[in-house]
Design a protein around this ligand. Structure first.
Ligand code: NAI
Length: 469
């Protein structure tokens, strides 16, 4: 066992929260080490989350476009075939390129990246157990917990990673399952369901609630469900899964439907995507005195400080949406606080994106939340059907919805269902972060022809002066 005494900051977990915090801390002159079980930094997001899923979403989208839409553009060929091993290989190369790139950034910023499992010995000491069984103790003035989250397992349906799979398994199936059941109509269920449906699986989504995408604006979720249904996804809403049975190579999932009847659906694989929970097991938080909140997240104050003053926590391990970009912002703010600066994040303007096609993106409050708050508001929508660029692309599904306060026109929420909604939402985030109004967006010159004109038109609609509708 060796010991290294002189870090300003030791970070446990090098996902988007941890590695970004490490870089910002190093930029500010703090001697920093990051510990992670994986050989390369990037965490769930880069290895088995956002990045590989987007690689597969993009590849499967191209495959589907080639089969269904190219012809309409006058691009014709005889036969489109799927080479799944090559699609997976490309996904692997994307992941490798990015994770090695982040490792390079760690080196460039003189951050010690230590592969191994970290656990607290005290509030200033962390022991790292490496893959070869050797141990090293790191000592630091400040510690940062950035250990992320793990998929929730249904107690009556344990992951066997063959038939009952988690989202990580579903990024690496070696063949397209003929029939795939997804439990959970949230973001993971719909993104992975879209991938495998496009590649040829018959996909059924079983969702407990009477709607999909629970935190999203209701009108957007409803529109999205219709579009996904049209694409071929089957939805069983208001259905409570009760168990599954494996019979030979395939099996079935049973559930109680909205009328209280027991039904079942046959399938070759099941993916459980019913949420994620903070991952803190093995950290020995008790040894340092770090407390959890009622929801088993690491409890923090507004400065990301845990119940122990020199131990901080960010990302999926703490309260707030489990999103890579939220963790990154917290990582930067936390590092700045540690360096004596006023680190801060604006929790009200964190965008949320679902990378289906079309995409769903939102910022601020949903119409349901605004209604519930009692604030008087005006809401206006503009369809992509009336947008020149969307027509040129042949992607007219969806709309932009702007919600503004009746009293002063302040933007309360912007919700987009449509092509490249993920990129378009940045304008709304920017406007809201600057305290903007619908009128501000309406009076900004938007390039023509672009999809972003739909946002301008929806903003004009708040004052009843939409031009192209
Ligand atoms: P989620 O919370 O988005 O959705 C889970 C869904 O499962 C909910 O609709 C819930 O009602 C349903 N559910 C729960 N228990 C159920 C049961 N027993 N039977 C049927 N349905 C049930 O969780 P998800 O999709 O697993 O994602 C986990 C986290 O990862 C989320 O917090 C999400 O923000 C994050 N994530 C974000 C992505 C993005 O930003 N594009 C992509 C993937 C994940």
């Amino acid at each position: 066992m060796s010991s290294n005494q002189n870090y300003d900051l030791v970070i446990i977990g090098a996902g988007p929260g941890g590695y970004v915090a490490a870089i910002r801390a190093a930029q500010l002159g703090l001697k920093t080490a990051a510990i992670d079980k994986r050989a390369t930094p990037g965490g769930t997001c880069l290895h088995v989350g956002c990045i590989p899923s987007k690689a597969l979403l993009d590849s499967s989208e191209i495959y589907e476009l080639a089969q269904t839409k190219f012809k309409r553009h006058g691009v014709e060929f005889d036969n489109v075939t799927l080479n799944l091993p090559n699609m997976m290989k490309r996904k692997g190369e994307v992941v490798k390129g990015l994770t090695m790139g982040v490792l390079g950034l760690m080196k460039k910023n003189k951050i010690d990246y230590i592969q191994g499992a970290g656990r607290f010995l005290s509030k200033t000491e962390v022991e790292v157990e490496k893959a070869d069984g050797s141990k090293e103790t790191l000592t630091a003035k400040n510690m940062l917990i950035a250990t992320g989250s793990e998929p929730v397992e249904l107690p009556f349906m344990k992951f066997d990673h063959e038939f009952v799979c988690d989202s990580t398994d579903a990024l690496s199936f070696d063949k397209v399952p003929e029939r795939l059941v997804l439990i959970g109509g949230g973001v993971i269920g719909l993104e992975l369901g879209s991938v495998w449906r496009r590649l040829g699986a018959k996909v059924t989504v079983i969702e407990m609630l009477p709607r999909i995408l629970p935190p999203m604006d209701g009108e957007c979720a409803e529109a999205m469900q219709k579009m996904l249904k049209r694409q071929g996804l089957e939805f069983k809403l208001g259905c409570k899964v009760t168990g599954c049975e494996k019979t030979g190579a395939a099996g079935s999932v049973s559930y109680i439907n909205e009328k209280g009847e027991t039904e079942s659906v046959e399938c070759d694989k099941v993916v459980v995507a019913v949420g994620r929970r903070p991952y803190t097991s093995g950290l020995d938080l008790e040894a340092a005195g770090v407390q959890l909140d009622a929801m088993k997240r690491v409890a923090i104050n507004e400065r990301f400080q845990t119940s122990v003053e020199n131990i901080y926590a960010i990302g999926d391990a703490v309260e707030g949406p489990m999103l890579a970009h939220k963790a990154e912002e917290e990582g930067v703010a936390c590092a700045e606080i540690l360096a004596g600066k006023p680190g801060h994040i604006d929790k009200d303007t964190i965008p949320n994106v679902v990378y289906t096609w079309p995409e769903v993106a939102s910022v601020g409050k949903t119409e349901e939340e605004v209604k519930g708050s009692g604030v008087e508001y005006i809401s206006a929508t503009f369809p992509f059907m009336a947008n020149g660029r969307a027509k040129a692309m042949g992607e007219m599904d969806g709309f932009v919805k702007v919600i503004a306060a009746k009293e002063d026109d302040a933007l309360l929420g912007v919700h987009i269902v449509g092509p490249r909604a993920s990129d378009m939402i940045a304008e709304a985030v920017c406007a809201m972060a600057f305290g903007g109004s619908a009128e501000d967006i309406a009076r900004i010159c938007h390039a023509h022809p672009t999809l972003s004109e739909a946002l301008k038109e929806a903003a004009l609609g708040i004052d009843g002066r939409t031009i192209h509708m």
